[in-house]
Design a protein around this ligand. Sequence first.
Ligand SMILES: Cc1cc2nc3c(=O)[nH]c(=O)nc-3n(C[C@H](O)[C@H](O)[C@H](O)COP(=O)(O)O)c2cc1C
Length: 369
Amino acid sequence: MSHLHSEGAEPPSAPPIPLPATAIPGQPWSALAPMQDVTTLPFMRLLGTYGAPDLLFTEYFRVHAHSTLETHIVDSICRHGTGRPVFAQLIGENLADLQRTIRDIHRAELPVAGIDLNMGCPAPKVYKKNVGGGLLREPEKVDAVLGCLRQATEGRFTVKMRIGFEDDRHFETILDLIEKHQVDLLSLHARTVKEAYRSEVHYEYIRRAAQRLSSPVLANGNITSVSKAVRVLQDTRCQGVMIGRSCIRNPWIFRQLREHFSKQPVFQPKLSDVRNYVEDLFQATTLPDRTGRYHINHLKKFLNFVGLGVDTDGRFLHEMRRTQSKEELDQVCHRHLLQNGRADLPFPDEPIRGLVARPNCETAVGCSL
Ligand SMILES: Cc1cc2nc3c(=O)[nH]c(=O)nc-3n(C[C@H](O)[C@H](O)[C@H](O)COP(=O)(O)O)c2cc1C
């Protein structure tokens, strides 16, 4: 593997393609993290109405011998209506299949700001196929995949990855490959694949990446609030933040970031605003064949995160998880978000310590290739 290793990053033969400008010039970038079954068309549209991020990333297109472009992801690209650029994420490892998929995206003239490669998914049934986070075990394979994607992509080619598989042994090598293949943006979730979603986030790796690469770096992992984003941006000197779970809990977070960096008063939602958000989520996720209990269960995927900000003893979460109908859910929302003067209470900036969104991403059955 020594041929992959160098003392420093290899100079790229062309500079990175600049990212699309931020909504307010000069601010750090904010990005919606790709989340399977969450960053769907309805959620993207909804975020657009609460304050869109500068950049959006789709759920991943699965790439394998028989894959075609999944219609619901194509729809999210074409119809999100936020007015902000969207990157299409891919997960896969077979070079011919990856090339074909990119050709399909270009031929269909999908309005993407770029193609993003997933090198971080920690689901065992994904990494066992050597895709997602599994790729991080093999720098030679990363070299081949990045080379192939760079060559096949017209325009921006970006990567989202973790710091390693079970440790950081290949971190610098892979950064050098990112530089070598002129990757236009690195979003770094600063945990190993084995650390999944709950460990501390090792932000110092984001700082190292930002120092070493000529392309911009987005910090990802537990960016829970404006103040956390400010701290991470200062500590790592990276160019922006990518936010996943915290924008499900707090859909105003991208607006709040913009207000903070514009030195304007930052919107502080109340529990009554959260009540309206729950209703908006319900309406946005309504489909002709998604009714009754099935719809409520679908909604719980989002409400598990919202509930992290409602009450310290987790009663909202507990009761919400037991609802089976819209009427029951409305009652729980009324009790915890409106009644007895709760409507005017501020929705906390940070998730409440000790509460856990269950089932969380580590047990997500949907994360498959
Ligand atoms: C439900 C869920 C689905 C996810 N799906 C994807 C995915 O499709 N592609 C990807 O690169 N990361 C995926 N992730 C990881 C997130 O993009 C992000 O890296 C991770 O949640 C850490 O950021 P956060 O602390 O802001 O949530 C997913 C995370 C969650 C919670």
